[in-house]
Design a protein around this ligand. Structure first.
Ligand code: DCP
Ligand code: MG
Length: 372
């Protein structure tokens, strides 16, 4: 499914990159406490032709690294504990952390078991602060898995990834738009994500040793030497990376929520707000050609207690319907009004994409909603 471009095309996006620390090794140290504080190498046996998948930070002190032959790792640290991977355990953790990511946004791109990008530009969690969201994600990961993750926060994927690597382990690093270019200028060319050994050598032959060298090379020259990738390098050198966060799973619901500065106590005001929110969401999802079949209202009371009420909408196409009536009924099934409300949210569960020929009919539907 194509990513949600409307959310991602804004000039300043908020991207979080999350990467677990020494992932396989950390899971082993969690599950076998006697391994904690020790050099642990996960991968092939030291007397085999296998390689190191990863190792604990205690093992990294000896110079052991991912992808190194296990026999070499053994020579560097004979006292290390060598373990075969237990993929089941790693997959279970991966499932847990991805569930956490999806609480913050639907725009989650899993890169591997332990790594993902999140586009939180439109997320209302943590008052919309990406840094606070990253902090909260780390906290929840630790709470759920007893493992640490590092987080990078920035305005594009390249810099978010760079940031997550900066303060490992258990790090949190923010790269602001005004800092991006300077950080890239000083970055050794071999540390650019996506530039492997071969490209690094080629870059150095062109006199490019760091980001500022790269910025001096013309676009034509970069394309001449690196083909299409040259364009990407040209932009990256300038802190520009417009790659979208590509959600791996199609999103199953579209929603919006707002935390109010001052808790609401007037029910009419709450309903008005819900109708407005629903209008915005429905417009977006119909533009994308999705059909809503269910609506959920979320209410958080002033004591942070939260309830959701949902109902199905039935067939929508071709028959403009008054969603505000549904919203009113759902709100009636909560204690909103009797109790003060600090947050209201509305979301729609969506079905498959519609044929483009049906789009006109859906416009009618949105119109009906906007004028309850
Ligand atoms: N992995 C692998 N082979 C590699 C690199 C990684 O099998 N060449 C596996 C083992 C890692 C996991 O993928 O635990 C995640 O890879 P990372 O590059 O994120 O490395 P770690 O999480 O182990 O360490 P770091 O703290 O540097 O992220
Ligand atoms: Mg990792």
């Amino acid at each position: 499914m194509p990513p949600d471009e409307s959310a991602q095309n804004s000039v300043t996006r908020k991207i979080i990159h999350i990467d677990m620390d020494a992932f396989y090794a950390a899971v082993e140290q969690r599950d076998f406490p006697e391994l904690r504080g020790k050099p642990v190498v996960v991968g092939g046996a030291p007397d085999s032709r296998g390689v190191v998948a990863t190792c604990s930070y205690e093992a990294r002190v000896f110079g052991i690294r991912s992808a190194m032959p296990a026999s070499h790792a053994y020579r560097l640290c004979p006292d290390a504990v060598f373990l075969r991977p237990r993929f089941e355990a790693y997959r279970a953790v991966s499932t847990e952390i991805h569930a956490i990511f999806h609480e913050f946004t639907d725009l989650v791109e899993a890169v591997s078991l332990d790594e993902a990008y999140l586009d939180v530009t439109d997320s209302q969690m943590q008052q919309g602060s990406a840094t606070l969201m990253a902090k909260e994600i780390k906290r929840r990961i630790r709470e759920a898995t007893q493992l640490t993750a590092s987080a990078g926060v920035s305005y594009n994927k390249f810099l978010a990834k760079l940031a997550s690597d900066r303060n490992k382990p258990d790090g949190l690093c923010l790269i602001l738009p005004e800092q991006g270019k300077e950080i890239i200028a000083e970055l050794p060319i071999g540390n650019f994500h996506g530039i492997g050994k071969a490209t690094e050598a080629k870059m150095k032959a062109l006199g490019v040793h760091c980001g500022s060298d790269l910025e001096r090379i013309s676009l034509e020259s970069l394309i001449q030497h690196f083909g299409k990738a040259g364009e990407h390098y040209y932009r990256i050198a300038r802190g520009i990376d417009e790659r979208l966060v590509n959600p791996n799973r199609p999103r199953k619901s579209w929603g919006a929520e707002t935390t109010f500065q001052i808790d609401l106590s007037d029910k009419d005001e709450m309903l008005e707000h819900l109708v407005r929110q629903a209008g915005g969401v429905l417009q977006k999802l119909t533009q994308k050609g999705f059909q809503a079949y269910g609506v959920t209202v979320k209410v958080k009371y002033d004591n942070f207690e939260q309830v959701t009420r949902m109902r199905t909408l039935g067939r929508l196409m071709g028959e403009p319907m008054d969603v505000s009536q549904h919203l009113a009924e759902l709100l009636d099934r909560t204690e909103a009004g009797e109790r003060k409300v600090r947050l209201l949210g509305v979301s729609f569960s969506v079905a498959e994409r519609l044929q483009s020929t049906k789009a006109g009919q859906l416009d009618l539907f949105v119109l009906a909603l906007r004028q309850p």
